[in-house]
Design a protein around this ligand. Structure first.
Ligand SMILES: [Zn+2]
Length: 335
């Protein structure tokens, strides 16, 4: 068996020598095809004008990195009308023009990246004797073409943060396949509307509670039924329950006190003072509930509880608790 075929090099490339170290195999390769087609006029050229070398990385061999030292030719195009007088020979799908990796090595890196991630992929590649970096893996994955969007009848749409609080995009999901089918660069109604208009087969749009996607669906897919998705239904329910509980604040406190001090049960209970905003308006149910939580945060803190513990007990985020403790007056103005 010829050595060239052992390395599965394409026709027209031949191995002339190999030099190996403990972790690297350098293979000297020459191109032997007598003629090449001019990339501009497609006429065959046979006149070799000069040579140059390309150093490209290839798939590893038996635990060693492999690099190909290619001796490539420059041909002269003899077609009189062709403006390209000199061209470097192309090595087809095996090696793209200007590439520093063979196509098969690039595909291997893409497969590693798709199966793992940037950092993990780089560690795995290192074990497989493939020299690459997390950044390269991610860049290769980002450069892969997305599969075309097939017919979608049940569409889920929502926003997602590229950078929380600053940049948002839109994610589109095929609810029947449970697969993300497309991403949009923003969360504007116009962009989503244009996407839906190109797909008249949409029968149902499941969306959030905001107005933008509702408008997009109304104008882009007027034939579709609009529904609220499960996440937002649960969110609606949670908020409704919270409001209802906030309204029962006085009764809940009363029952708590009754449990703690049964002896005082017979004493007349004073109603809680009415809470007012800076404008003199009474607190809404939501504001009252927030104020209660704030009081609980302060009480827990005064007893020496840590911020993390408080956040868990009160059902708030750690950052919110930190903010409230740091500047309660600023928080109060927002209730
Ligand atoms: Zn030409």
């Amino acid at each position: 068996m010829e050595v060239s075929s052992l390395f599965s090099l394409p026709d027209g490339l031949e191995i002339v020598s190999m030099v190996g170290t403990a972790d690297l195999l350098t293979i000297h390769v020459v191109a032997t095809v007598p003629m090449r087609a001019c990339p501009l006029c497609a006429e065959a050229a046979t006149h070799v004008r000069s040579y140059y070398t390309r150093l490209v990385a290839d798939l590893p061999c038996a635990g060693r990195r492999v690099q190909l030292l290619l001796r490539v030719r420059k041909f002269r195009c003899d077609t009189v009308s062709c403006p390209r007088k000199v061209f470097a020979e192309r090595l087809g799908p095996f090696l793209q023009a200007w590439a520093r990796k063979t196509t098969r090595l690039r595909q291997a890196i893409e497969s590693i990246g798709l199966a793992t991630c940037g950092e993990g992929g780089a560690r795995l590649a290192d074990r497989l004797a493939i020299a690459t970096s997390p950044t390269t893996i991610l860049r290769r994955i980002m450069a892969l073409p997305l599969p075309p969007v097939e017919t979608v009848t049940h569409l889920g749409i929502d926003d997602f943060a590229l950078r929380r609080g600053r940049t948002y995009g839109t994610v589109l999901v095929d609810l029947r396949l449970h697969k993300v089918i497309d991403l949009l660069p923003d969360r504007k109604a116009e962009t989503a509307k244009a996407w839906m208009q190109a797909r008249p087969e949409i029968e149902l749009v499941s969306r959030d509670r905001g107005g933008d996607y509702a408008a997009a669906a109304r104008q882009g897919a007027p034939q579709a039924i609009q529904t609220a998705d499960r996440f937002h239904l649960c969110k609606n329910l949670t908020e409704a329950v919270e409001k209802a509980l906030a309204r029962c604040r006085a009764e809940i406190r009363k029952s708590q006190k009754a449990k703690k001090k049964p002896a005082e049960e017979t004493l007349p209970e004073k109603p809680p003072p009415a809470l007012l905003t800076a404008d003199g308006k009474p607190y809404s149910a939501h504001q009252t509930e927030r104020y209660d939580r704030y009081q609980q945060v302060v009480a827990e803190r005064s007893q020496g509880a840590k911020v993390k513990e408080i956040a868990k007990r009160v059902g708030l985020g750690v950052r919110t608790v930190q903010r409230w403790l740091k500047d309660p007056t600023r928080c109060a103005t927002r209730w």
